[in-house]
Design a protein around this ligand. Structure first.
Ligand SMILES: *Cc1c(COP(=O)(O)O)cnc(C)c1O
Length: 366
């Protein structure tokens, strides 16, 4: 009997998260120079980060010998002003991934259940399994959430319902009114985690006020991140907004210093740079059109997406992906999501998109 054999069965059953391949690793493997590689695999912001965030990082780097403010006072104050919420509604995370795990640690036990959709973000299953709970996976409807079926699956064991809007990796979107009705119907002792990692990319007419719903929905936790539109993926910072009792319990199980000094400073500065967000969303809209026109021309089927990525059906996606890697283009195969014929492509700069489209065309016509 080894130590590994002694690990709980629910931990041994976990299949690890499969991240986008790092640029350096693909460069080494393919014998290419790292600066020729185009990475469109992790939904990162192709514009990088706001200049204000960069300056804040340089200003703060000299404080790195000290622990960060474990309470994140300055960033929370900025978020309170921005969203009209109170300090006690806010929790900061080492990315919103951290907050998904913290919520699972705070509210799940072995025997408890979570409910989430087929093809929704992989971390919902991981956080559930790590807590020894059972994930109830609801078959998707048109690759998105089937809210009626999710509601019907909630029972006395359910502690958390996970929703991603827009969803990753499919890009599907639920309208605010449908979401609001859903949350209204969920029992008040079940936490609804509304993961809005891509909300900054929504068109004006798609926007809805989930944070405003908190006054009526004490069982709602809204998660946002600085990793995507704000361009701070490498720093790891996200936030949750929820009822004070939910946030209080989560704060008890998080690491005391879970967000670094640089991340706190950069996020605070990034939050104020509306122009950068607008430019990022606009670049994304143009890139989305660039891809959908190319897919139509190539006769490829894609999932209409509201995020900063697109999922496209290419047949033998593993082979197409290998051919893209040989050309120095990293995208994301999503066989692990049960979509072995599809690739998820993050939207890059116009030049990156053009290079990716050309490489895809060569990969398909080999
Ligand atoms: C990227 C992503 C996250 C997590 O991002 P962090 O970098 O941990 O903040 C959460 N949810 C969804 C749906 C995502 O795509």
């Amino acid at each position: 009997m080894s130590i590994a054999d002694r690990a709980p069965a629910h931990i041994r059953a976990i299949s690890p998260y499969q991240p986008g391949r790092p640029i350096e690793e693909v460069a080494r493997e393919q014998g290419l120079s790292a600066d020729t590689i185009i990475k469109l695999a992790s939904n990162e912001n192709p514009l990088g980060m706001s200049e204000a965030a960069r300056e804040a990082i340089f200003r703060t780097v000299t404080d790195s010998a000290r622990y960060p403010d474990g309470n994140g006072f300055a960033l929370k104050t900025a978020l309170c002003r921005r969203y009209g919420v109170q300090m006690e509604n806010l929790i900061l995370g080492n990315g919103s991934n951290d907050l998904l795990e913290i919520a699972a640690d705070a509210f799940l036990t072995p025997g408890a259940a979570t409910v989430y959709s087929q093809y929704s973000f992989a971390v919902y299953a991981l956080a559930t399994q790590a807590a020894g709970a059972t994930g109830i996976v609801i078959p998707a409807q048109d690759y998105g959430h089937n809210l009626d079926a999710m509601l019907a699956a909630i029972d006395a064991n359910t502690r958390i319902v996970f929703l991603a809007n827009p969803n990753n990796p499919t890009g599907t979107f639920l309208h605010g009114a449908a979401l609001e009705q859903f949350i209204e119907r969920v029992p008040r002792d079940v936490l609804v985690i509304l993961d809005e990692a891509y909300t900054e990319y929504l068109a004006d007419e798609q926007r809805y006020d989930s944070i405003g719903w908190l006054s009526r929905f004490p069982h709602l936790l809204v998660l946002r991140t600085f990793s995507k539109a704000y361009g701070l993926a490498g720093l790891r910072v996200g936030y949750g907004i929820g009822a004070p009792d939910v946030v209080d319990l989560m704060n008890r199980v998080r690491q005391p210093f879970n967000v670094s000094t640089l991340a706190l400073a950069a996020a605070e500065a990034a939050l104020g740079d509306e122009a950068f967000l607008r430019a990022s969303a606009e670049l994304n809209r143009r890139g989305m059109a660039q891809y959908t026109q190319a897919f139509a021309r190539l006769g490829l089927r894609w999932m209409p997406s509201c995020g900063n990525f697109l999922t496209v059906e290419v047949g033998d996606a593993a082979a197409v992906n290998a051919a893209l890697l040989r050309q120095g283009v990293i995208v994301r195969p999503i066989a692990n999501y049960g979509l072995p014929e599809w690739l998820r492509i993050s939207i890059g700069t116009e030049a990156e998109n053009a290079a990716c489209i050309a490489a895809l065309e060569r990969a398909l016509h080999r």
